[in-house]
Design a protein. Structure first.
Length: 324
């Protein structure tokens, strides 16, 4: 439980934020004012979870990340394709207060710019994270990733297994599912529902990735729409490098490496209604990682930590307690 002073400060921040919001609502809200409200909302959410924005050089890019200092377990949380570190805010707020959390924006995402090498290969992303964790002084830690971040987590665990206390895969990429998802069908038809190009495709994407999307009220929604659409070009570059990584992983027998090198405690979490990566992929991971625990959430889509942050955070913290 938080100290009374911290609770008072949080309440004060929320009151100030609500007052600012109300004033802008009454006076009309331009795009720039919407940006101000959005930034305040994000900063309040980060502050409420005791997260501080930091940055560190990781070779070819200055990586931005959120960190909560703590005396408990160190946990690295990785977002998915076209997402960012703030995907984890509600989840982080539900995690035990003593946990040391590190939540980066991967290269080309969120506040981390495109790398000078223009290389988004997932193996390269794992190498950047290795430098990030060295800079934070974390010698051993728990790692969890969603979607593309799940694939990067698994790659990291195969390359640096001595550092990883536990691996958690949340609707993770990295293996081929026996059942083809709606997303894979769309890709076969030359479409990519994860890359929004206008407001209509944003709305489709929003409901495509989540069965229980959180409330995103006006005037926050227009800002998220604009930011997402503005990423179209870089998202296409990143996606192209993801596909190249897939071929590289297949050539290096990545699935065999999973079985041989990933022996640490593992948790597999999946939304049963995932339209991006079919839930049948969970069983493929389980076959490669027989030590893994598996939790399937009915009625949930591709982002369990966003759709049901309290439930997934509770499950994850219980898992870490047993893996310590």
């Amino acid at each position: 439980m938080r100290p009374i002073s911290a609770m008072f400060q949080a309440s004060t921040r929320l009151l100030i934020g609500a007052t600012t919001f109300a004033a802008l609502m009454l006076s009309g809200c331009s795009a720039s004012q919407q940006e101000v409200i959005y930034d305040k909302a994000i900063n309040l959410a980060r502050s409420s979870a005791d997260l501080t924005l930091k940055q560190v050089a990781t070779g070819d890019v200055e990586m931005r990340y959120l960190e909560r200092q703590g005396t408990g377990p160190t946990v690295l949380l990785l977002h998915g394709f076209s997402a960012n570190k703030d995907t984890w805010l509600k989840f982080a707020a539900e995690m035990p207060q003593d946990y040391h959390l590190i939540i980066p924006d991967l290269a080309g995402h969120g506040d981390t710019p495109a790398p000078s090498t223009q290389d988004y290969n997932l193996i390269r992303q794992a190498e950047r994270l290795h430098k990030l964790m060295a800079a934070t002084g974390a010698e051993q830690f728990h790692i969890a990733g969603n979607s593309m971040g799940g694939a990067i987590s698994a790659i990291y665990a195969t390359r640096y297994p001595q550092q990883i206390l536990s691996l958690t895969l949340i609707d993770a990429a990295g293996v081929d599912a026996p059942e083809q998802s709606e997303y894979m069908q769309a890709l076969a038809e030359g479409k990519n529902p994860l890359i929004a190009t206008d407001e209509e495709s944003f709305e489709y994407r929003w409901n495509f990735v989540m069965s229980e999307p959180p409330l995103l009220p006006w005037p926050l929604r227009p800002v998220v729409v604009r930011k997402t659409i503005a990423r179209e070009g870089i998202n296409r570059e990143i996606f192209s490098d993801m596909l190249a990584t897939r071929e590289e992983l297949a050539a290096s027998q990545f699935e065999q490496q999973l079985s041989e090198k990933v022996t640490m405690p593992t948790l597999i979490i999946w939304g049963e209604e995932d339209r991006v990566l079919d839930v049948s992929a969970a069983q493929v991971f389980k076959e490669k990682l027989p030590q893994a625990q598996v939790k399937i959430y009915p009625g949930i889509g591709h982002l369990p930590m966003v759709e049901i942050p309290a439930e997934t955070a509770e499950l994850y913290s219980r898992f870490i307690a047993t893996a310590e």
